[in-house]
Design a protein around this ligand. Structure first.
Ligand code: 5RP
Length: 252
């Protein structure tokens, strides 16, 4: 028997063609069904998590939720939550979070994730790692066999000091796992993308599946200059996947 429970709900109408953004909203609204009054909530970052934060704001405004405290995973989510009137706090004041809801870039069959293509991986990992329950919301395009194997980036947050040296060390580590291209991420302004923590992101494009993810993770984290990487191993409790054929819920 698979270690993961799966439940499915059929689509609202088999004739409907939904956009990717509508699928993201469906997954997000389903996740907000887990939210109860009085909870401390980790608020994720990205276009999927944004729908969840909007929904929490709406339920608070309607009086259907009360006494929520939100812990935002980025400055952008903080601004959104403030504009919706969601009371906010931080990990210093709330070191234990009842429930976090966030998107992901990739999800494998064991519910390991790649996150951080939006650049917020460090705060996300701190907050989601401090959560009793972490619900991940995705559309079906995010489901993969092996994380890091999709030819899209595995992000690594690095200190700006001599980032080229760190990128070269990352290439060196990944040599042992089939090799990678490691590129500095740039922002829309054409300059190096700077995270909310004042760091840079090096995106690693892997040549092959990594094999034992825990071993690779430890090797990357041992490099001085690396702050955190975007593999979220064994952290998700539930993944909600919205697709054309309905919503699937996978529980760890
Ligand atoms: C940001 C993230 C996002 O959750 C991830 O990139 C998914 O984003 P989106 O919901 O926009 O597809 O990890 O750091």
């Amino acid at each position: 028997k698979s270690p993961i429970d799966i439940t499915s709900t059929p689509p609202p109408s088999s004739m409907m063609i939904l956009t990717q953004d509508e699928l993201k909203r469906i997954a997000a609204y389903k996740a907000v069904d887990f939210v109860k009054s009085g909870m401390v909530l980790g608020l994720g970052t990205g276009s999927t998590a944004k729908h969840a934060v909007d929904r929490i704001g709406e339920l608070l405004r309607r009086g259907e939720l009360e006494n929520i405290v939100g812990i935002p995973t980025s400055k952008k989510t903080q601004e959104q939550a403030l504009s919706l009137g969601i009371p906010l706090s931080d990990l210093d004041s709330h070191p234990v979070i009842d429930l976090s809801i966030d998107g992901a870039d990739e999800v494998d069959p064991r519910l390991n994730l790649v996150k951080g293509r939006g650049g917020s991986l460090l705060r996300e990992k701190m907050i989601e790692g401090a959560s009793k329950k972490f619900v991940v919301i995705v559309d079906e395009s995010k489901m993969v066999k092996h994380i890091g194997g999709s030819k899209l980036a595995l992000p690594v947050e690095v200190v700006p000091f001599c980032w080229e040296f760190t990128a070269e060390r990352l290439r060196g580590v990944m040599e042992g796992y089939g090799g990678c291209e490691a590129k500095l991420r740039f922002g829309e302004n054409g300059r190096a993308f700077v995270t909310d923590n004042g760091n840079y992101i090096v995106d690693m494009y892997l040549e092959k599946d990594m094999g034992d993810l825990r071993v690779v993770s430890d090797e990357i984290l041992r490099l001085p200059g690396v702050v955190e990487h975007g593999m979220f191993l064994d952290m998700a409790s539930t993944v909600i996947i919205a697709g054309e054929l309905g919503v699937k819920i996978k529980n760890k």
